[in-house]
Design a protein around this ligand. Structure first.
Ligand code: ME8
Length: 520
């Protein structure tokens, strides 16, 4: 099937501020979004997956000044670092790495502005209030307090706010309260998980103020059409990246008609208001269809403690990957933390998952069954006899995993998909121990072949479903099962069964137990 015959699936991550180094929270977002993109591709969708960097705004300008460089130089340097995180560390399968300094993005942001203006939703006034440069966000007086050290901070984020007074364009957000609430009612899956969506709804119910959407005190941003004194508020420009990535403002283009509205925006909990309130209101104003879903993930904490540079407990994803291996990190992050909830990581927790779930439950079963096949079945897929009730049960449990996984992925409950697959693996381990093919080898070789066949077939199904999470090791397991072709790795190959007699390569361990790098 060609891509154009497939159903499109357009998805995005948040675009990161490249004012500092990426941390494990960024990697978490990219890995989860990447698993989603890969799952959909394997399931026959034409996926377009967008990620990138959010390069404008006061925070970028201030950081650059401190470092003695221009904002553009800082953006260039750190956008490359984020891109390298995708390419070399977490192996994200994105289709475009967008930078908000890209030329087509300026055109998109300005067109969105013009449309909102034409709708009568933008007016010029002056802004006076508290701005947090760290959050790139305005806070009302009630949302701030004066800390013990005399500094006024935003209560929610503990970041310094400064009194800002300037001429500013405003977006009539207050006019959208009812329309937003109606929309949420009619689209209960617009955002998830539900608990996080409810927080947004409660906020909208409490009333919305008009939003200041331009700045005059610095110029590192997209110029406001028709008034060069102003640059757009960074969030107006940033959110528009999702449109740029689909081909906006060319609304008649093949790309835009195919990929917009986006199917999924993946974001963290601190930016849910921007995505679930501002973004749909801007789009309603501009007469553009709304994205179908926003999924809001939680934050990762180090041993339960908030990550921060001052505490020195931030984690560099590159170090983690070097220590545990990429696939173990990807598996840990998606299996350990229910998506949407906050999660905690520790060395012990990663090693426990790597050893128990990967090395023991999956790796051992693969190693034991495949080496028996290599020695006793002529290095080929064994030939099964008639299936017993136990065989049928194990096979049926594995068969059901695709439907379970589709449901889980469609609601971004990645942990549930993995939990289900690993439950089947646990049961298959018990089956393997109970059937004891190493005993059957001497007493009933035909039965041994059946047991090994059933085991390999379960492994094939688990490997197929493990691909989005652990592309490299699942690929090696599929190789070990003789599934070399691309077609054999798509979910379309799910109902097929391993072909008895098909040759298998010599087995090699795929999921080793954890060893510290210097012990290896
Ligand atoms: O917010 N754990 O950029 P950003 C998990 N430029 N996720 C985390 C995290 C943590 N400890 N810390 C941050 C921005 N994130 C804007 C986005 S989108 C149009 C503009 C997540 O670099 C955060 O929630 O501060 C967000 O989804 C992403 O990392 C980028 O954060």
């Amino acid at each position: 099937m060609t891509d154009s015959e497939k159903t499109p699936f357009y998805m995005t991550t948040a675009i990161a501020y490249p004012n500092g180094e990426p941390h494990i929270g960024h990697a978490y977002e990219y890995i989860s979004a990447d698993a989603m993109a890969r799952f959909k591709r394997l399931d026959g969708y034409d996926v377009r997956f967008l990620t990138g960097t959010d390069e404008h705004g006061q925070k970028m300008e201030q950081t650059a000044q401190k470092l003695g460089m221009t904002a553009r130089q800082l953006a260039d340097r750190n956008a490359a670092v984020f891109k390298a995180l995708h390419d070399d560390v977490v192996h994200t399968s994105y289709d475009r790495f967008i930078r908000t300094t890209d030329e087509d993005h300026y055109a998109a942001a300005q067109e969105l502005w013009r449309r909102m203006e034409a709708a009568g939703d933008i007016y010029l006034d002056s802004y006076a209030g508290w701005y947090s440069v760290r959050d790139e966000q305005y806070w009302t007086e009630e949302e701030t307090h004066v800390r013990e050290d005399g500094v006024r901070v935003a209560t929610a984020t503990d970041t310094e706010v400064t009194w800002t007074e300037e001429e500013s364009y405003f977006f009539r957000l207050s006019a959208y309260q009812d329309r937003l609430l109606d929309y949420y009612r009619q689209h209960p899956d617009f955002a998830g998980p539900r608990s996080r969506f409810n927080e947004v709804i409660r906020f909208v119910e409490s009333g919305l103020n008009d939003l200041s959407i331009s700045r005059t005190s610095f110029d590192w941003g997209v110029p406001v059409p028709g008034n060069d004194k102003h640059v757009m508020y960074v969030w107006v420009d940033a959110l528009t990246n999702y449109l740029t990535g689909a081909g906006f403002p060319e609304t008649d283009s093949e790309s835009f008609t195919r990929y917009w509205p986006a199917d999924l925006h993946v974001i963290g909990k601190d930016i849910s208001r921007f995505h679930c309130i501002f973004w749909p209101a801007f789009l309603m104003s501009a007469g553009i269809e709304l994205p179908k879903r926003v999924v809001i993930h939680g934050f990762l904490h180090n041993n339960g403690v908030k990550m921060s540079k001052s505490l020195g407990n931030t984690v560099d994803p590159g170090e983690w990957v070097a220590r545990y291996g990429l696939d173990a990190v990807r598996f840990f992050l998606l299996r350990e933390v229910p998506y949407g909830a906050d999660g905690s990581y520790s060395h012990e927790a990663v090693v426990a998952r790597k050893n128990a779930d990967l090395a023991n439950n999956l790796g051992n079963l693969a190693q034991r069954s495949l080496s028996m096949v290599a020695k006793n079945c002529g290095a080929a897929v064994p030939t099964p006899g008639e299936f017993t009730v136990q065989d049928e049960q194990v096979l049926a449990a594995a068969d059901s995993l695709l439907a379970t996984s589709r449901l889980a992925y469609d609601s971004q409950e990645f942990h549930k998909a993995l939990e289900a697959a690993w439950t089947v693996l646990g049961d298959t381990n018990a089956y393997f121990a109970d059937q004891a093919p190493w005993v059957l080898r001497k007493t009933d070789a035909a039965r041994m072949e059946t047991v090994l066949y059933v085991t390999l077939e379960v492994l094939r199904k688990v490997a197929l479903l493990a691909q989005p999470v652990m592309p490299e090791s699942a690929g090696r397991l599929l190789d070990a099962l003789g599934q070399h072709t691309e077609a054999s790795r798509q979910f379309a190959a799910w109902p097929e069964r391993l072909r008895p007699g098909a040759p298998l390569p010599a087995p090699a361990p795929i999921f080793p137990r954890h060893e510290e790098p210097d012990e290896a």
